[in-house]
Structure formats: structure tokens, C-alpha cells
Design a protein around this ligand. Structure first.
Ligand code: KG4
Ligand code: ZN
Length: 362
């Protein structure tokens, strides 16, 4: 089926893969018409991490309100949309099903073309979307190297003008964001750990605690973060545990840990830029909001002759703009899903049910 799709098509995106329920309308795959995000930090904070059952229950509670908010801000009724895009995975299946079922119902009742989007493709495409007014990332077009650093993923991709992103390397154990969340817990800081650690780290000395720069396999492009988390825990114990630390000590631990993560990410990214002979790297996902990582990556780019592009802060963490953007690219190529589309918890970008948009029927 090769439905033609208008070049300035209005696409509603819906994202619910983890603990954010988000909806957004995009025109022509780049212009943000509206965006609404409902987070669940207060729901999960008492547990120090996302509780899947609570996440999906909260999604059920807010889904129609969030979608309505995005449509209202855009001044549109569902029937005025040209298409619908929804995250189908990877993520928590209970969470995904809420957004996916809602999207299917909306598509069916308004006779709208609809596509499922891979969450990580969404994160990567976020770097190509101009932030409202910020202009950051506005000129990024493939080819480039993409570094996805989120709560669930840490991976490098080759993003070409055609086809799906190709995996170059990924974490062997914990994701970088997961390490932030776990180390925050060790340091008695609140959930989510990334923003909490960065805030405390502002007053810390990044050289105060000697931590390893985690590298899985020298010379490769893989990452590893569980050893770093263990190193923090061992050093904490050696100093008599959290209770014997002053506020300044905690800040020093936070700054030292943040720097170790940033440096290891930058080292791998710089290596990928060399082996790929690439000139631009897009750094995306929740951890891309980290100030120190941004600074170190820009500095490495200046040294190594490449440009680092970061999405605006609100497009780093989970949002629906990125899903609408990735979905628009699929819809424009004639890709459509039907109501049998299922949610999936773990599927690499290049595998079924994800198909290469370049190979979609023309
Ligand atoms: O992309 P995202 O919103 O959700 C996933 O797809 O996982 O990423 C969430 C992750 C969390 O682990 C959070 O601690 C981390 O991103 N994060 C940060 C910062 N803001 C969010 N990590 C470091 N520094 C930050 N400023
Ligand atoms: Zn994400």
C-alpha cells in the first residue's frame, strides 16, 4: 500500500513505554505544534525506581487527558490529523499497551493511517527535530553517529540516509542512566538519580574519589557500567558507609561518578567517530540532558574534529515529539501498521516487527 502522505502532514505521536505518558502533534515531521508530557516521579519516588504495575495504572488514568491536552494546544480535532504514531516497544509491556491501545482506537474511529515506532529510533530522530525556538539540532540530517544514553539503553548507532540505524556497540550490563539511578540510591539521593546526581555534583570535586573509567573490551565500542557502580559501593564502604559522609563528601562522590560516566561515554564516542570517519554525533536519551556529558562531548569534538549535537533538554527525556517525528518518516515512506500490531518489550532496531523503511512498498 503506498498511500501518499502530505509533506506538511499533521501527525499525533503517543509515547508510554516507561513512566511518562506523552502526546505531541508535529507538522511535516519537524515543526512542533504541541507537546504534553505527564511524568510519574512522585508515584515511583518512594520505591527508588519504576514499579511497572503502578506505571501502567497511572497511564490508564491519564492517557485520554494527555492526548486531549496535545490536541487542544494544537487546536485540532482527531479527524483533522493526517496520521498517528505510537511507541510499540521496547519498554514495559503494560505501559506500552496503554498508549498502543489508545492509539489503535483513535486511528480506527477516525480512519487515520497509523504506525508503530521503535522507541530508540524515536530518541535518535529527536536530534533532527528543531526544539521550539531553540534551533538546536535543527540542521542535523543523516549520515551521523547516534549515541543513545537512557535509563534502559546505552548504545552507538550508525544512522544513514537510508534504512534503519545500525548497531555499532552497546552496554554489556547496566545502561548509563540505570547506573545514575543506582548510584543515586547508594548516595541517599532521590529518584530519578540522573538529575539528582548532576545537581549535587555542581558543588563536588570530580577528582576527589578515584573511580575506574569503565570500558568493556579495550578497542571495541561496547560499554559497561556495573563495575563502576560496584566501585562506588566499595569506596563508600571503605569510608565507613553513607552515614559517615558529610554533604561535601556526597557531592564529591556525585561529581566523581558523573565524570567517570561522561569520560567513558566520550571515549567510546570519539573512537566510533574515528572508525566511522563521521563528522557529527547525535547524543540522545535522558542522560544526554547531563551538563557534564555535554561539555565533555563538545570538548572532545573540538579536539577530534567532530560536531556533537544534543536535542533540547525536553527532547532528551521521554517525549512524544520524537515518536511523531520518527512516525512521520515511516508514514511518508508508505509504511502502515494495522490493528494487529503488538507491543514488544525487547527488540533490536533492525529486527521484526521493525522493518526497514527503505524497503517499504513504494
Ligand atoms: O530517555 P529516558 O527519559 O527514559 C528511558 O528511555 O530510559 O531516560 C531516563 C534516564 C534515567 O535513568 C535518568 O536518571 C537519566 O535518564 N537522566 C539523567 C539526567 N536526566 C535524566 N542522567 C544524568 N544526568 C541528567 N541530567
Ligand atoms: Zn527513552
Amino acid at each position: 500500500m503506498a498511500d501518499s502522505f502530505p509533506s506538511d502532514g499533521l501527525v499525533l505521536g503517543i509515547e508510554s513505554s516507561c513512566d511518562e505518558m506523552a502526546a505531541a502533534v508535529l507538522r511535516g515531521g519537524r515543526e512542533i505544534v504541541s507537546s504534553a508530557v505527564h511524568g510519574q516521579e512522585s508515584v515511583h519516588a518512594p520505591y527508588g525506581g519504576v514499579v511497572p504495575e503502578l506505571a501502567s495504572r497511572d497511564h490508564v488514568r491519564v492517557v485520554s487527558g494527555v492526548v486531549e491536552a496535545a490536541l487542544k494546544e494544537a487546536g485540532l480535532s482527531p479527524a483533522e490529523l493526517d496520521g498517528l504514531a505510537v511507541t510499540a516497544g521496547p519498554g514495559l509491556v503494560g505501559s506500552l499497551l496503554v498508549g498502543l491501545s489508545f492509539a489503535k482506537a483513535l486511528a480506527f474511529s477516525n480512519d487515520l493511517p497509523f504506525v508503530g515506532v521503535h522507541h530508540l529510533v524515536g530518541h535518535l530522530v529527536a536530534a533532527e527535530v528543531a526544539g521550539q525556538g531553540s534551533g538546536e539540532g535543527a540542521d542535523l540530517v543523516p549520515p551521523y553517529v547516534g549515541l543513545v544514553v537512557s535509563g534502559g539503553h546505552t548504545a552507538l548507532y550508525r544512522v544513514g540516509a537510508e534504512g534503519l540505524p545500525v548497531l555499532l556497540g552497546e552496554t554489556r550490563d547496566d545502561a548509563a542512566g540505570e547506573a545514575f539511578d543506582k548510584v543515586a540510591k547508594l548516595l541517599g539521593l532521590p529518584y530519578p538519580g540522573g538529575p539528582a546526581i548532576s545537581k549535587v555534583a555542581l558543588t563536588g570535586d570530580p577528582t576527589a574519589v578515584d573511580l575506574p573509567r569503565p570500558m568493556a573490551r579495550r578497542g571495541g565500542l561496547d560499554f559497561s557500567y556495573s563495575g563502576l557502580k560496584t566501585a562506588v559501593s566499595v569506596e563508600l564502604e571503605r569510608r565507613g558507609g553513607l552515614r559517615s559522609l558529610s554533604e561535601q563528601d556526597v557531592a564529591d562522590f556525585a561529581a566523581s561518578f558523573e565524570t567517570a560516566v561522561a569520560e567513558s561515554l566520550v571515549a567510546r564516542a570519539a573512537r566510533a567517530m574515528k572508525t566511522e570517519s563521521a563528522r557529527r554525533i547525535a547524543v540522545v536519551g535522558g542522560v544526554a540532558a547531563n551538563r557534564r556529558l555535554r561539555e565533555e562531548m563538545h570538548a572532545a569534538g573540538a579536539r577530534g574534529g567532530f560536531e556533537a549535537v544534543f536535542p533540547p533538554m525536553d527532547l532528551c527525556t521521554d517525549n512524544a515529539v520524537m515518536i511523531a517525528a520518527a512516525g512521520t518518516r515511516l508514514l511518508e515512506r508508505g509504511v502502515r501498521d494495522d490493528l494487529s500490531l503488538e507491543a514488544f518489550s525487547r527488540v533490536p532496531i533492525g529486527e521484526a516487527p521493525w522493518r526497514d523503511p527503505a524497503q517499504a512498498p513504494a
